[in-house]
Design a protein around this ligand. Structure first.
Ligand code: HEM
Length: 387
Protein backbone atom coordinates (compact mmCIF):
# COMPACT_ATOMS: atom_id res chain seq x y z
CA UNK A 1 0.00 0.00 0.00
CA UNK A 2 1.30 3.45 -0.89
CA UNK A 3 2.18 5.64 2.10
CA UNK A 4 3.06 9.33 2.06
CA UNK A 5 4.28 10.48 5.44
CA UNK A 6 5.81 13.96 5.39
CA UNK A 7 7.17 13.34 8.90
CA UNK A 8 9.33 10.41 7.87
CA UNK A 9 13.11 10.83 7.60
CA UNK A 10 12.92 9.03 4.23
CA UNK A 11 10.78 11.88 2.85
CA UNK A 12 13.15 14.46 4.35
CA UNK A 13 15.98 12.71 2.50
CA UNK A 14 14.24 12.30 -0.87
CA UNK A 15 10.58 13.16 -1.41
CA UNK A 16 10.69 13.02 -5.22
CA UNK A 17 9.84 9.36 -5.99
CA UNK A 18 6.84 9.61 -3.64
CA UNK A 19 5.78 12.89 -5.25
CA UNK A 20 5.81 11.21 -8.67
CA UNK A 21 3.54 8.40 -7.43
CA UNK A 22 1.23 10.95 -5.85
CA UNK A 23 0.95 13.00 -9.04
CA UNK A 24 0.48 10.05 -11.35
CA UNK A 25 -1.66 7.72 -9.25
CA UNK A 26 -3.10 9.58 -6.23
CA UNK A 27 -3.39 13.27 -7.17
CA UNK A 28 -5.78 13.87 -4.28
CA UNK A 29 -4.41 11.68 -1.48
CA UNK A 30 -5.38 11.29 2.17
CA UNK A 31 -2.31 10.83 4.37
CA UNK A 32 -3.43 9.36 7.72
CA UNK A 33 0.05 9.90 9.16
CA UNK A 34 -0.14 13.64 8.53
CA UNK A 35 -3.93 13.91 8.98
CA UNK A 36 -4.19 15.84 5.74
CA UNK A 37 -5.06 15.56 2.07
CA UNK A 38 -2.11 16.08 -0.25
CA UNK A 39 -2.35 17.94 -3.57
CA UNK A 40 0.71 17.24 -5.69
CA UNK A 41 -0.08 18.39 -9.24
CA UNK A 42 0.98 21.85 -10.33
CA UNK A 43 -2.44 22.92 -11.65
CA UNK A 44 -4.30 21.80 -8.50
CA UNK A 45 -1.85 23.60 -6.21
CA UNK A 46 -2.08 26.82 -8.22
CA UNK A 47 -5.90 26.73 -8.17
CA UNK A 48 -5.99 26.05 -4.43
CA UNK A 49 -3.51 28.87 -3.74
CA UNK A 50 -5.77 31.33 -5.53
CA UNK A 51 -9.01 30.08 -4.00
CA UNK A 52 -8.54 31.27 -0.42
CA UNK A 53 -12.31 31.22 0.19
CA UNK A 54 -12.13 27.43 -0.07
CA UNK A 55 -8.52 26.74 0.98
CA UNK A 56 -8.17 28.89 4.10
CA UNK A 57 -4.90 29.71 5.88
CA UNK A 58 -6.63 30.94 9.04
CA UNK A 59 -6.01 27.67 10.92
CA UNK A 60 -2.31 27.86 10.13
CA UNK A 61 -0.09 27.28 7.13
CA UNK A 62 2.80 25.25 8.55
CA UNK A 63 2.33 21.49 8.30
CA UNK A 64 2.91 21.34 12.06
CA UNK A 65 1.64 24.67 13.31
CA UNK A 66 3.11 26.64 16.19
CA UNK A 67 0.84 27.68 19.09
CA UNK A 68 -0.98 31.06 18.88
CA UNK A 69 0.13 31.72 15.32
CA UNK A 70 -3.07 30.81 13.47
CA UNK A 71 -5.17 33.87 12.71
CA UNK A 72 -2.52 36.46 13.60
CA UNK A 73 0.17 36.56 10.91
CA UNK A 74 0.36 37.15 7.18
CA UNK A 75 0.69 33.47 6.46
CA UNK A 76 -2.13 32.49 8.82
CA UNK A 77 -4.98 34.84 7.94
CA UNK A 78 -7.39 35.10 5.01
CA UNK A 79 -8.53 38.24 3.20
CA UNK A 80 -9.70 40.83 4.13
CA UNK A 81 -7.60 40.65 7.34
CA UNK A 82 -4.67 39.21 5.41
CA UNK A 83 -4.80 42.03 2.83
CA UNK A 84 -4.71 44.59 5.60
CA UNK A 85 -1.69 42.95 7.26
CA UNK A 86 0.07 42.46 3.96
CA UNK A 87 -0.51 46.10 2.99
CA UNK A 88 0.95 47.33 6.28
CA UNK A 89 4.00 45.06 6.14
CA UNK A 90 4.58 45.80 2.45
CA UNK A 91 4.49 49.48 3.28
CA UNK A 92 7.30 48.89 5.80
CA UNK A 93 9.33 46.93 3.22
CA UNK A 94 8.99 49.84 0.77
CA UNK A 95 10.12 52.34 3.37
CA UNK A 96 13.16 50.27 4.31
CA UNK A 97 14.08 50.45 0.59
CA UNK A 98 15.76 47.35 -0.72
CA UNK A 99 18.32 49.16 -2.83
CA UNK A 100 19.83 50.74 0.24
CA UNK A 101 20.38 47.26 1.68
CA UNK A 102 22.51 46.05 -1.26
CA UNK A 103 25.79 47.54 0.04
CA UNK A 104 25.41 46.24 3.61
CA UNK A 105 24.45 42.81 2.20
CA UNK A 106 27.56 42.80 0.02
CA UNK A 107 29.77 43.71 3.00
CA UNK A 108 28.25 40.88 5.03
CA UNK A 109 28.76 38.40 2.16
CA UNK A 110 32.33 39.52 1.56
CA UNK A 111 33.28 39.15 5.21
CA UNK A 112 31.72 35.68 5.42
CA UNK A 113 33.37 34.55 2.15
CA UNK A 114 36.80 35.99 2.99
CA UNK A 115 36.86 33.93 6.17
CA UNK A 116 36.86 30.81 3.95
CA UNK A 117 39.97 31.79 1.99
CA UNK A 118 42.63 29.07 2.05
CA UNK A 119 40.32 26.38 3.44
CA UNK A 120 40.24 23.01 1.70
CA UNK A 121 37.04 21.78 3.36
CA UNK A 122 34.28 23.45 5.34
CA UNK A 123 30.62 23.25 6.30
CA UNK A 124 28.81 25.62 3.93
CA UNK A 125 25.92 26.07 6.36
CA UNK A 126 27.76 26.54 9.65
CA UNK A 127 30.61 28.57 8.20
CA UNK A 128 28.95 30.60 5.46
CA UNK A 129 25.21 30.61 4.79
CA UNK A 130 23.92 30.73 8.35
CA UNK A 131 26.35 33.52 9.28
CA UNK A 132 25.36 35.41 6.17
CA UNK A 133 21.56 35.04 6.44
CA UNK A 134 21.36 35.85 10.10
CA UNK A 135 23.40 39.04 9.63
CA UNK A 136 21.34 40.12 6.61
CA UNK A 137 18.19 39.58 8.58
CA UNK A 138 19.56 41.48 11.53
CA UNK A 139 20.45 44.40 9.25
CA UNK A 140 17.03 44.44 7.53
CA UNK A 141 14.91 44.01 10.63
CA UNK A 142 17.09 46.11 12.88
CA UNK A 143 17.91 43.44 15.47
CA UNK A 144 20.83 44.22 17.81
CA UNK A 145 24.12 42.73 16.56
CA UNK A 146 25.63 40.31 19.05
CA UNK A 147 22.48 38.18 19.41
CA UNK A 148 22.94 36.41 16.04
CA UNK A 149 23.93 32.96 17.23
CA UNK A 150 21.18 32.68 19.83
CA UNK A 151 18.50 33.89 17.41
CA UNK A 152 19.63 31.52 14.68
CA UNK A 153 19.74 28.52 17.02
CA UNK A 154 16.21 29.18 18.24
CA UNK A 155 14.84 29.95 14.74
CA UNK A 156 16.13 26.66 13.37
CA UNK A 157 14.63 24.72 16.31
CA UNK A 158 11.28 26.48 16.01
CA UNK A 159 10.52 25.11 12.52
CA UNK A 160 11.36 21.52 13.41
CA UNK A 161 8.96 18.84 14.55
CA UNK A 162 9.42 15.47 16.20
CA UNK A 163 9.32 12.72 13.54
CA UNK A 164 8.00 10.20 16.08
CA UNK A 165 5.17 12.13 17.70
CA UNK A 166 4.53 14.26 14.56
CA UNK A 167 4.12 17.25 16.84
CA UNK A 168 6.26 20.06 18.10
CA UNK A 169 8.41 18.75 20.96
CA UNK A 170 8.87 20.86 24.14
CA UNK A 171 12.21 22.23 22.86
CA UNK A 172 10.53 23.45 19.65
CA UNK A 173 7.77 25.21 21.58
CA UNK A 174 10.29 26.64 24.03
CA UNK A 175 12.31 28.04 21.09
CA UNK A 176 9.18 29.73 19.75
CA UNK A 177 8.42 31.24 23.16
CA UNK A 178 12.02 32.42 23.46
CA UNK A 179 11.72 34.10 20.07
CA UNK A 180 8.51 35.91 21.05
CA UNK A 181 10.05 37.19 24.28
CA UNK A 182 13.12 38.28 22.37
CA UNK A 183 11.06 40.03 19.67
CA UNK A 184 8.91 41.78 22.31
CA UNK A 185 12.04 43.32 23.84
CA UNK A 186 13.29 44.60 20.48
CA UNK A 187 9.89 46.00 19.50
CA UNK A 188 9.61 47.96 22.75
CA UNK A 189 13.09 49.34 22.16
CA UNK A 190 12.32 50.37 18.56
CA UNK A 191 9.07 52.00 19.52
CA UNK A 192 10.95 54.12 22.03
CA UNK A 193 13.75 54.91 19.55
CA UNK A 194 12.61 54.29 15.93
CA UNK A 195 15.30 53.73 13.28
CA UNK A 196 15.37 53.00 9.56
CA UNK A 197 14.60 49.29 9.95
CA UNK A 198 11.67 46.97 9.25
CA UNK A 199 10.59 46.54 12.86
CA UNK A 200 10.45 50.31 13.43
CA UNK A 201 8.58 50.80 10.17
CA UNK A 202 5.92 48.17 10.61
CA UNK A 203 5.30 48.84 14.26
CA UNK A 204 4.51 52.44 13.22
CA UNK A 205 3.03 51.72 9.74
CA UNK A 206 -0.32 53.35 9.21
CA UNK A 207 -2.66 53.18 6.22
CA UNK A 208 -5.88 55.22 6.43
CA UNK A 209 -5.56 55.34 10.21
CA UNK A 210 -5.10 51.56 10.46
CA UNK A 211 -2.12 50.10 12.37
CA UNK A 212 -0.94 46.66 13.42
CA UNK A 213 -1.93 45.80 16.99
CA UNK A 214 0.56 44.54 19.61
CA UNK A 215 0.06 40.84 18.89
CA UNK A 216 0.27 41.38 15.14
CA UNK A 217 3.56 43.29 15.42
CA UNK A 218 4.98 40.59 17.69
CA UNK A 219 3.93 37.62 15.56
CA UNK A 220 4.85 39.38 12.30
CA UNK A 221 8.34 39.98 13.68
CA UNK A 222 8.63 36.34 14.75
CA UNK A 223 7.39 35.17 11.35
CA UNK A 224 9.88 37.36 9.51
CA UNK A 225 12.72 36.01 11.64
CA UNK A 226 11.61 32.47 10.86
CA UNK A 227 11.14 33.22 7.14
CA UNK A 228 14.40 35.07 6.90
CA UNK A 229 16.54 32.54 8.72
CA UNK A 230 14.99 29.24 7.77
CA UNK A 231 13.57 29.97 4.30
CA UNK A 232 16.52 32.02 3.09
CA UNK A 233 19.22 29.99 4.88
CA UNK A 234 17.58 26.70 3.88
CA UNK A 235 17.32 27.78 0.27
CA UNK A 236 20.95 28.90 0.15
CA UNK A 237 22.07 25.48 1.30
CA UNK A 238 19.86 23.80 -1.31
CA UNK A 239 21.26 26.10 -4.00
CA UNK A 240 24.84 25.28 -2.97
CA UNK A 241 23.90 21.59 -2.99
CA UNK A 242 22.47 21.85 -6.52
CA UNK A 243 25.60 23.65 -7.78
CA UNK A 244 27.93 21.20 -6.02
CA UNK A 245 26.10 18.28 -7.63
CA UNK A 246 25.87 19.86 -11.11
CA UNK A 247 29.39 20.73 -12.03
CA UNK A 248 28.69 22.07 -15.50
CA UNK A 249 26.01 24.44 -14.22
CA UNK A 250 28.35 25.67 -11.51
CA UNK A 251 31.17 26.26 -13.96
CA UNK A 252 28.85 28.29 -16.14
CA UNK A 253 27.64 30.56 -13.34
CA UNK A 254 31.15 31.02 -11.97
CA UNK A 255 32.44 31.97 -15.45
CA UNK A 256 29.46 34.26 -16.06
CA UNK A 257 27.82 35.51 -12.83
CA UNK A 258 25.02 37.14 -14.86
CA UNK A 259 23.61 33.58 -15.11
CA UNK A 260 23.19 33.40 -11.31
CA UNK A 261 19.59 34.71 -11.21
CA UNK A 262 18.47 32.05 -13.73
CA UNK A 263 20.26 29.35 -11.74
CA UNK A 264 18.52 30.56 -8.57
CA UNK A 265 15.08 30.34 -10.21
CA UNK A 266 15.83 26.84 -11.48
CA UNK A 267 16.91 25.76 -7.98
CA UNK A 268 13.74 27.21 -6.50
CA UNK A 269 11.89 24.95 -8.91
CA UNK A 270 14.11 21.89 -8.86
CA UNK A 271 14.85 21.49 -5.19
CA UNK A 272 13.52 24.20 -2.96
CA UNK A 273 13.61 24.37 0.81
CA UNK A 274 9.93 25.37 1.14
CA UNK A 275 8.38 22.02 0.27
CA UNK A 276 4.89 21.84 1.77
CA UNK A 277 2.38 24.23 3.34
CA UNK A 278 -1.10 23.60 4.68
CA UNK A 279 -4.61 24.98 4.22
CA UNK A 280 -7.98 24.13 5.80
CA UNK A 281 -11.11 23.52 3.72
CA UNK A 282 -14.06 25.84 4.16
CA UNK A 283 -16.45 23.65 2.14
CA UNK A 284 -16.62 20.14 0.69
CA UNK A 285 -14.57 19.72 -2.49
CA UNK A 286 -14.68 16.93 -5.07
CA UNK A 287 -11.36 16.40 -6.79
CA UNK A 288 -9.99 13.49 -8.84
CA UNK A 289 -12.79 11.24 -7.61
CA UNK A 290 -12.26 12.04 -3.91
CA UNK A 291 -14.47 14.02 -1.58
CA UNK A 292 -12.59 16.30 0.78
CA UNK A 293 -14.76 17.59 3.60
CA UNK A 294 -15.09 21.08 5.11
CA UNK A 295 -12.70 21.26 8.07
CA UNK A 296 -10.16 18.86 6.53
CA UNK A 297 -6.54 19.97 6.18
CA UNK A 298 -4.96 20.04 2.71
CA UNK A 299 -1.22 20.04 2.06
CA UNK A 300 -0.04 22.00 -0.96
CA UNK A 301 3.10 20.13 -1.99
CA UNK A 302 4.94 22.95 -3.78
CA UNK A 303 8.05 20.78 -4.15
CA UNK A 304 5.98 18.26 -6.10
CA UNK A 305 4.18 20.80 -8.30
CA UNK A 306 7.62 22.04 -9.31
CA UNK A 307 8.48 18.57 -10.64
CA UNK A 308 5.19 18.05 -12.51
CA UNK A 309 5.86 17.16 -16.15
CA UNK A 310 2.40 18.46 -17.00
CA UNK A 311 3.91 21.91 -16.38
CA UNK A 312 7.70 21.62 -16.70
CA UNK A 313 9.13 19.41 -19.48
CA UNK A 314 11.82 17.00 -18.31
CA UNK A 315 11.27 18.17 -14.70
CA UNK A 316 13.92 16.02 -13.02
CA UNK A 317 16.70 17.68 -14.99
CA UNK A 318 18.45 20.66 -13.42
CA UNK A 319 18.72 23.08 -16.33
CA UNK A 320 19.81 26.62 -15.52
CA UNK A 321 18.74 27.79 -19.00
CA UNK A 322 15.13 26.72 -18.37
CA UNK A 323 13.72 30.00 -16.95
CA UNK A 324 10.89 28.20 -15.11
CA UNK A 325 8.15 30.82 -15.18
CA UNK A 326 5.47 30.36 -12.55
CA UNK A 327 7.47 27.93 -10.38
CA UNK A 328 6.16 27.37 -6.86
CA UNK A 329 9.42 27.88 -4.96
CA UNK A 330 7.92 31.02 -3.41
CA UNK A 331 4.41 29.55 -3.23
CA UNK A 332 1.65 31.25 -5.18
CA UNK A 333 -1.76 32.92 -4.97
CA UNK A 334 -2.65 35.36 -2.21
CA UNK A 335 0.05 34.04 0.13
CA UNK A 336 2.95 34.13 -2.34
CA UNK A 337 6.17 34.99 -0.50
CA UNK A 338 6.54 38.62 0.50
CA UNK A 339 10.32 38.33 0.77
CA UNK A 340 11.06 37.41 -2.87
CA UNK A 341 12.95 40.61 -3.70
CA UNK A 342 15.17 40.55 -0.63
CA UNK A 343 15.70 36.78 -1.01
CA UNK A 344 16.72 37.04 -4.68
CA UNK A 345 19.02 39.98 -4.01
CA UNK A 346 20.65 38.29 -1.01
CA UNK A 347 21.27 34.96 -2.75
CA UNK A 348 22.73 36.66 -5.82
CA UNK A 349 25.15 38.78 -3.79
CA UNK A 350 26.07 35.90 -1.46
CA UNK A 351 27.04 33.57 -4.31
CA UNK A 352 28.85 36.34 -6.23
CA UNK A 353 31.10 36.77 -3.22
CA UNK A 354 31.28 33.08 -2.32
CA UNK A 355 32.36 32.13 -5.86
CA UNK A 356 35.04 34.79 -5.84
CA UNK A 357 36.72 32.96 -2.97
CA UNK A 358 35.58 29.37 -3.67
CA UNK A 359 35.00 28.99 -7.42
CA UNK A 360 35.14 25.17 -7.57
CA UNK A 361 33.77 22.77 -4.98
CA UNK A 362 32.08 19.46 -4.55
CA UNK A 363 30.22 17.73 -1.79
CA UNK A 364 32.31 15.75 0.67
CA UNK A 365 31.31 12.13 0.81
CA UNK A 366 29.53 12.24 4.16
CA UNK A 367 25.81 11.39 3.76
CA UNK A 368 23.56 14.38 4.31
CA UNK A 369 21.61 14.71 7.54
CA UNK A 370 18.28 16.41 6.93
CA UNK A 371 16.42 18.75 9.20
CA UNK A 372 13.37 16.99 10.67
CA UNK A 373 10.57 19.21 9.38
CA UNK A 374 7.28 18.46 7.67
CA UNK A 375 7.25 21.89 5.98
CA UNK A 376 10.84 22.74 5.07
CA UNK A 377 13.62 20.61 3.62
CA UNK A 378 17.29 21.41 3.99
CA UNK A 379 20.41 19.66 5.26
CA UNK A 380 21.69 20.37 8.77
CA UNK A 381 25.27 20.40 7.50
CA UNK A 382 26.72 20.65 3.99
CA UNK A 383 30.38 19.64 3.80
CA UNK A 384 32.13 21.03 0.71
CA UNK A 385 35.65 20.32 -0.45
CA UNK A 386 37.43 22.93 -2.49
CA UNK A 387 38.65 21.69 -5.90
C1 HEM B 1 14.65 31.80 -0.78
C2 HEM B 1 14.06 32.12 0.35
C3 HEM B 1 12.58 31.99 0.58
C4 HEM B 1 11.71 31.01 0.17
C5 HEM B 1 12.03 29.76 -0.63
C6 HEM B 1 10.38 31.39 0.67
C7 HEM B 1 9.23 30.67 0.45
C8 HEM B 1 7.97 31.06 0.82
C9 HEM B 1 6.75 30.33 0.52
C10 HEM B 1 6.66 29.01 -0.25
C11 HEM B 1 5.71 31.02 1.05
C12 HEM B 1 4.22 30.65 0.95
C13 HEM B 1 3.68 30.02 2.22
C14 HEM B 1 2.26 29.51 2.05
O1 HEM B 1 1.87 29.12 0.95
O2 HEM B 1 1.51 29.46 3.05
C15 HEM B 1 6.26 32.20 1.69
C16 HEM B 1 5.53 33.17 2.35
C17 HEM B 1 6.09 34.24 3.01
N1 HEM B 1 7.42 34.60 3.03
FE1 HEM B 1 8.94 33.65 2.10
N2 HEM B 1 10.49 32.57 1.37
C18 HEM B 1 11.80 32.98 1.33
C19 HEM B 1 12.35 34.09 1.92
C20 HEM B 1 11.64 35.02 2.64
C21 HEM B 1 12.23 36.18 3.29
C22 HEM B 1 13.70 36.54 3.26
C23 HEM B 1 11.20 36.83 3.90
C24 HEM B 1 11.19 38.09 4.71
C25 HEM B 1 12.19 38.59 5.37
C26 HEM B 1 9.97 36.09 3.63
C27 HEM B 1 8.72 36.43 4.08
C28 HEM B 1 7.56 35.73 3.79
C29 HEM B 1 6.25 36.13 4.30
C30 HEM B 1 5.95 37.31 5.20
C31 HEM B 1 5.33 35.19 3.79
C32 HEM B 1 3.80 35.16 4.03
C33 HEM B 1 3.13 35.91 2.90
C34 HEM B 1 1.61 35.87 2.97
O3 HEM B 1 1.05 34.94 3.55
O4 HEM B 1 0.99 36.82 2.46
N3 HEM B 1 10.28 35.00 2.86
N4 HEM B 1 7.64 32.20 1.54
Amino acid sequence: MFVFDPYSPAIDADPFPAYQTLRDEFPCFWSPQAGTWVLSRYADIVSAGQDWQTYSSARGNLMTELPNRAGATLGTTDPPRHDRLRGLVQHAFMKRNLESLADPIRDIARTAATALAGRSEFDFIGEFSSKFTVRVLFAALGLPMGDEQAVRDQAVLMVQSDPLTRAKAPQHIAAYQWMQDYAAGVIAERRARPQNDLISHFSMAEIDGDRLDEREVLLTTTTLIMAGIESLGGFMSMFALNLADHREARERVVADPSLLPDAVEESLRFNTSAQRFRRCLQRDVQLHGQTMRAGDFVCLAYGSGNRDDRQFPDPDTYDIGRKPRGHLGFGGGVHACLGTAIARLSVKIAFDEFHRVVPAYRRTDAPLQWMPSSTFRSPLRLGLSVQ
